[in-house]
Design a protein around this ligand. Sequence first.
Ligand code: AMP
Ligand code: MG
Length: 420
Amino acid sequence: MNTKPSFSCMDDFDPESITPDQAAEHIQSVVQPVMETETVPTMEALDRVLAVEIRSEIDVPGHTNSAMDGYAVRGQDLPVQEPKTFTLIGSSFAGHPHDGSVDSGECVRIMTGGVMPDAADTVVIQERIRAVSDTEVEISPGERPGQNVRAAGEDIAAGSAILEPGHLLGPADLGLLASVGITGVPVRRRIRVAFFSTGDELREVGEPLEDGQIYNSNRYTLSAMLRHLHVDALDLGVVRDDRAAVAQAFHDASEQADMVITSGGISVGEADYVKEVLSELGDVNFWKVAIKPGRPLAFGRIGEAKFFGLPGNPVSVMVTFYQFVRPALLRMAGATEQSPLALRVPITSSLRKRQGRVEYQRGILQQAEDGSHTVSCTGAQGSGILTSMSQANCFIVLPLEQGRVEEGTIVEVIPFSGIT
Ligand code: AMP
Ligand code: MG
């Protein structure tokens, strides 16, 4: 891989670094989908990745039926000049069809979803008829032949494909599968992800903090982000800054998982043994990515498992997870790749930004009463300021070559709702 882009006009671009696009491209080229599948009941298939194409064996709706409550007649029978009286010969309610045909001058009381009787092709809604007697109704001119009827197979025709392999199954898909009578579907197996944090300063919540110690918050954000991706997550807790302990943890994690994710321990100034251990156990790149926050990023392989070494800072962990780990996990899970939805909206204040790196600032996307959108910044943007992530509902993505941003400029935002 060529990791040396030329951005001569950007003084701040570190020639040792790679762009986020280059990192993402390399990651996606190395990560391969798991091939094993299992069949799960339709009710259990939520958030699973479909392994095969699904075709319907039946028409939906299964019968031509009424879209409204009213009276079923023959379209050619409708009056053109004068009101006309029809004889009521029966009823067709949902689940209780009319047994028989409709002749000229006849009508059948029909409710929404009721099967259209033979020969009837038109429904006149009940508000537009006049009851003459218990057995007669009057219809006036102005009705259109064929109206208010849903054709058999108009949603799904028998034999047609309803879902493609790689589809991440959502609530509508489960309903769709049920609507064509499918009781179970083949899905890719869930991927297994082991994660841990490194750092002697880390304490677990519930323990008292001594001088210089901090709570292990990355364990919670990582665990939660993984839960939203519906992987099998294996939480290995904290590993001390100690060569043997780190080596053991990397080894154990890689034996048990398809992917290993760590936070901390890969920045400049951290002990070199992490790099040494990883080079003994596998093949890992230590990148400086032109991204803020999240510049140091390790990616590669430990044994058979893929490996992400994320930075330790709490915001950097989240930004690099959404930017690099999430697409890799979705690819590994076999899901069809989809770029997250990005919007372009004006920003309410100016932003400081240096050329030469992509910045993921935390923003609040708002909607005004007239329906238009703006985005504002959450304030302090340090990589340790986790409140900025908690207050935000989107990333403001400022591209590599972008310099200072003036108030009112149109910026790209990625709503959290599309990625979290
Ligand atoms: P490191 O990459 O290990 O140098 O860590 C960078 C910064 O992130 C340091 O201030 C660490 O204390 C902090 N940090 C590392 N791991 C965690 C964690 N699991 N939870 C919260 N903060 C962390
Ligand atoms: Mg550390």
